[in-house]
Design a protein around this ligand. Sequence first.
Ligand code: ACO
Length: 379
Amino acid sequence: MAAEDIKKGLAGVVVDYTAVSKVNPDTNSLLYRGYPVQELAARCSFEEVAYLLWNGELPDEGQLAEFTARERAGRALDPVVKQVIDALPATSHPMDVCRTAASVMGARHPLAEDSSREANMAKAVDLFAAMPAVVAYDQRRRHGQDLVEPREDLGYSANFLWMTFGEEQVPEVVEAFNVSMILYAEHSFNASTFTARVITSTLSDLHSAVTGAIGALKGPLHGGANEAVMHTFDEIGIRQEESLDEAAARAKAWMEDALANKKKVMGFGHRVYKHGDSRVPTMKAALDKMIAHYGRPELLGLYNGLETAMDEAKAIKPNLDYPAGPTYHLMGFDTPTFTPLFVASRITGWTAHIMEQLDSNSLIRPLSEYNGAEERHLP
Ligand code: ACO
């Protein structure tokens, strides 16, 4: 086989149909079930978007009330999941904690071996409802703090922040968090979603597919990039007393040096978007609001400096993880918690794809071209 016929990384290969979302890199657009993600982020709650991804249509008033009641009732951390988390070292990466929790939830699910659409929908909603408790509790235990019980009077995003910080957050912060959850929810056949679809294609169960997807998301070339962005900011040094321009100049110099040393800088570039990630303007607007809210212009300086230097040197644009990282930092999340926030959101997209895969399943099993030793025999 000719080398050019081998599609390394499956780049440019279309492997199936999907009706969940449409990414169009030419027009820089992303549609969830036909709706532009920017419209959804501006006008919907994350709960409505989750419902849309799973059901194909936005909920009417009655459907939303029923759905949110179901989500609110499923928010408490299962005591057995808590025991398992407590048995893990406080130094465990939060993505490992998430992955373990998803696996335990699967093993304990009353419908564990039922792969009907109804059972899978129930499992998806259960994961969606319960994952915030896992993420929030894990951040708290690393600070020696106790579990905060969920509040049924709060929406998904407000409750997530409540369970993490033990304090109600102001509407601007809740709104920015809601926007990030919507933007992270779905992105067609990205690496973690494809992982979930591969696992599902063997007729394995939904929790196995989600557990595998969490593993795929952890890597810095994928979801781990939002955490890595903050490490870059930390490496450059966050100096709160600095002006926007001073911070920008230091960040620019750092980027020039990094690129001169052929470093890959996380939070930039995308396999599909080559002229900019459709989600970035909306997330950047949320970051701008958080920078104004918390009064931290030096972070905008670092952001601008890196972005400008990368653009001038390589014309590579930021991806969603770039504005999301500092936004979560400002809200008070620990840096290693950033990718688990992505998990909590992407559970919706993953499970929509798992159900879609099962609707017209075909085992995913590509071929490879052998380039190892010629046939040989034992002496
Ligand atoms: N920093 C520096 N150079 C980069 C970057 C980057 N972030 N991204 C791409 N490049 C350069 C590569 O070095 C390469 O240059 P070369 O041709 O001179 O060798 C060229 O651009 C093509 O890069 P590839 O990695 O081959 O492009 P690919 O499409 O495979 O990669 C990827 C996409 C993996 C996302 C890449 O851009 C990257 O590693 N980015 C950093 C990780 C990241 O931010 N991931 C988040 C993805 S979005 C998300 O999960 C929400």
